[in-house]
Design a protein around this ligand. Sequence first.
Ligand SMILES: [Cu+2]
Length: 99
Amino acid sequence: MRSLMMGLAFGAALMFSVGGAWAYNCPVLVSQLKAELPKVKDQKKKAEAEKLTAECEKLHTAGKHNESVDKCVEAGKVAGIKLTMSEAAQKIYDQMHKK
Ligand SMILES: [Cu+2]
C-alpha cells in the first residue's frame, strides 16, 4: 500500500514536470517562428505560416499544448523554418506521433 502511494506520488510529480516542459515549449517554438518568418521570401507561404503561428499561440493560451505544438511544427514546415525543441519536448512529440 505504501509503495503504491509512493508510486502514485512519483508518477504525478513526473507528469507535472514533463507537462511543464511541454507547455513551455510552445512559446519557444513561436519565438523561433517569429524570428525567422520575416526572412521568408515566398509571400504566400509566409502568410500561411503566420496564420498557423497565430493559431499556435492561441491554442497555447487555451492550454491545448499538443495541438499548439502541432500548429507550430506545421508552420515551420510550410515556411521551411527549422524548429528546435528541448530534448524532453522532442521525446513527447515523437511519442505522440509514432504510429
Ligand atoms: Cu503550450
